[in-house]
Design a protein around this ligand. Structure first.
Ligand SMILES: [Zn+2]
Length: 365
């Protein structure tokens, strides 16, 4: 019974191993000029903040070592607030080469965002992706979007189509949808000269309609409905959440500390973004945007359901196509059919404009 004397694990204690013995010591951490480790009030170790590094640990536990301590010396923190406090002080915790830029970037983030990153490390990615996404500054999301955009273009090796008449028609269509939703001009859409039938929304508000999907469309309403759905993903920040979810810890650490544009994390996350399914809930709420917006414009959402259903029918390889990220085409068509309305608004594009849009990539071939 003589081990019963160990102090209760109050909110602010951590476990310390001195690296020389295997004795587990209950300590308090003080954030002074350096990190002070005290056992029963007595100072037993001092770690300079810049010497503290993360060590491998199971979920729910933050483990730290110091470059100035014995190799096996370590701290184990289970308390979330204390873990956040520790990571906040130790600017080299996850990165060997963090400089002034990294520090500046951290200051740009809210404390809540930083706390969520710690929660990601300790409680797992799905939880953190949900909590963190709304806290990411728009400027950061836009930067991620630009990096993703480069990857998309590398991946498809194609340029955006820019036939002037087609471009004018496309801009008219996108502007009608965007203003109908009350989104500002930072939303940017383009037609990508790829034969794959797809449409994607990137973090930061960039939307790509692939020419392969445009080629299969029979009316402006079909494409309008697809673009409305993608605008829904933009408004709900679904791609950002998806990237955090799939990119995980390394993506976030890169986001905080480094230049993400060429990093393996963003390449991985972009590929996953193109292939991963959105959840049923996420898809349904993007479809709700299509239904509401098409009704608002006096048009029917049904053609969009028909287009995606049609594409499903004759698409063998589903990878990288809209089907990979947008399953449920039968269910969607059923819903869009229920929401079908006789058009009361003017066509979004004239026949001439629609013909120009269909030919937007003709000159690029
Ligand atoms: Zn979708």
């Amino acid at each position: 019974m003589d081990n019963e004397v160990s102090a209760p694990e109050s909110a602010k204690t951590a476990i310390y191993f001195d690296g020389a013995s295997s004795r587990k010591r209950i300590v308090a951490l003080t954030f002074a000029v350096a990190l002070e480790i005290r056992e029963a009030g007595e100072l037993i170790a001092t770690w300079p903040y810049e010497s503290v590094r993360r060590a491998e640990s199971p979920p729910g536990l933050l483990r730290a070592t110091s470059e100035t301590a014995l190799p096996l010396a370590r701290l184990e923190v289970r308390d979330r607030e204390l873990a956040v406090e520790l990571v906040k002080h130790c600017l080299k915790f996850d990165d060997q080469t963090v400089g002034a830029r990294g520090i500046g970037r951290i200051i740009g983030w809210s404390f809540a965002a930083l706390a969520s990153i710690v929660s990601l490390v300790m409680f797992g990615v799905p939880y953190a992706a949900e909590r963190l996404t709304p806290l990411i500054p728009q400027s950061v999301e836009r930067r991620i979007g630009e990096a993703t955009d480069k990857q998309v273009k590398l991946l498809f090796g194609e340029k955006t189509c820019s036939d002037p008449k087609g471009q004018a028609a496309f801009l008219k269509l996108v502007t009608a949808l965007r203003t109908g939703m009350g989104l500002d001009a930072s939303v940017d859409a383009a037609v990508l000269g790829s034969e794959i039938p797809n449409a994607i929304a990137l973090p930061g508000g960039k939307i790509y309609l692939f020419n392969g999907l445009l080629a299969k469309a029979d009316s402006p309403d079909e494409i309008a409905g697809v673009l409305a759905h993608e605008l829904g993903h933009v408004r709900n920040r679904d791609s950002m959440r998806n990237m955090i979810y799939t990119g995980g810890t390394s993506f976030l650490i890169g986001l905080l500390f480094g230049d993400i544009s060429g990093s393996g994390a963003i390449i991985f996350a972009t590929r996953t973004l193109l292939n991963a399914s959105h959840s049923r809930d996420v898809e349904n709420s993007a479809d709700t945007v299509t239904v509401d917006l098409m009704h608002k414009l006096g048009r029917s959402p049904k053609p969009m359901g028909e287009l995606l259903y049609r594409v499903t029918g004759n698409q063998g390889d589903k990878s990288l196509s809209i089907l990979a990220s947008h399953p449920l085409s039968e269910e969607r068509l059923a819903r869009m059919t229920r929401e079908d309305r006789q058009p009361t608004g003017a066509p979004i594009l004239t026949d001439e404009e629609w013909a120009a849009l269909k030919a937007i990539c003709a000159a690029s071939k």
